[in-house]
Ligand binder design. Structure first.
Ligand code: BG6
Ligand code: MG
Length: 215
């Protein structure tokens, strides 16, 4: 396989934002009178904002009207944004910058493929906006992962064929999205959760372009 592009999920791959989502969802659950645990939070990784709210309400056994749901999602997002506004480049996960530079030097294109509508703000806070050749985020897609739309739009924006792309993903739905788009996928995290990926690595710390070429 000739690798022409690498597509990166953002949350959980470039930076750990799950801890901020957790704080904001936990506060919403507390307002509604139930507990929301870290284990519950795991179920929201890679899941869109509204689908995450549905899962949270199901956990709490709450049934609420659509307009009420929208108010809750907005209030959770306001709290989340207040937290991610304080992020700094120190929070970029280990090895990410080195790996991105390696790709750039080898002429391999890069894009972000994220479900988050806050991706532009996060990339700005991390001072990473200029690192990527294309950014496809939750504002630009209408079908959530495991639909491949976000990655197919990324490949299109980079002018490469899906079969020439490798996706990096930390969520099972994201791995499926990559495979549904006919792309190779490297899972970031645990093998048990990301079993369908072509390879699973714990992070970028000990991962180089040479390792990538071996998949
Ligand atoms: C994904 C996260 O990247 O983005 C999910 O893994 C999150 O946890 C989703 O719900 C949507 O994010 P946002 O920032 O648009 O609420
Ligand atoms: Mg993710």
């Amino acid at each position: 396989m000739k690798i022409k592009a690498c597509l990166f999920d953002l949350d959980g791959v470039i930076v750990d934002t799950a801890k901020y989502h957790f704080i904001a969802w936990k506060e919403l659950a507390a307002d509604l009178g139930f507990e929301f645990t870290e284990e519950h939070n795991e179920r929201l990784k890679g899941v869109s904002r509204m689908a995450s709210l549905d899962i949270l309400l199901e956990i709490g056994g709450k049934y609420v009207r659509q307009d009420e749901k929208e108010r809750m999602a907005n209030s959770k997002n306001e709290r989340y944004v207040s937290l991610i506004k304080k992020m700094t480049p120190d929070e970029i996960l280990p090895g990410v910058i080195r790996f991105l530079n390696e790709l750039k030097n080898a002429g391999i294109k890069t894009a972000i493929g994220s479900a988050s509508k806050n991706a532009p703000l996060i990339l700005e806070r991390l001072k990473l906006d200029s690192y990527f050749d294309a950014i496809i985020d939750g504002n630009k897609v209408s079908h959530a992962k495991p639909d491949p739309e976000v990655f197919l739009k990324g490949a299109e924006a980079l002018g490469v064929h899906p079969s020439e792309c490798v996706v990096f993903e930390d969520a099972a739905a994201g791995v499926e999205a990559a495979l549904n788009g006919n792309m190779k996928c490297i899972g970031i995290g645990e093998k048990e959760v990301l079993a369908k990926a072509d390879k699973v690595i714990p992070g970028f710390e000990n991962f180089s372009l040479e390792n990538l070429r071996m998949i």
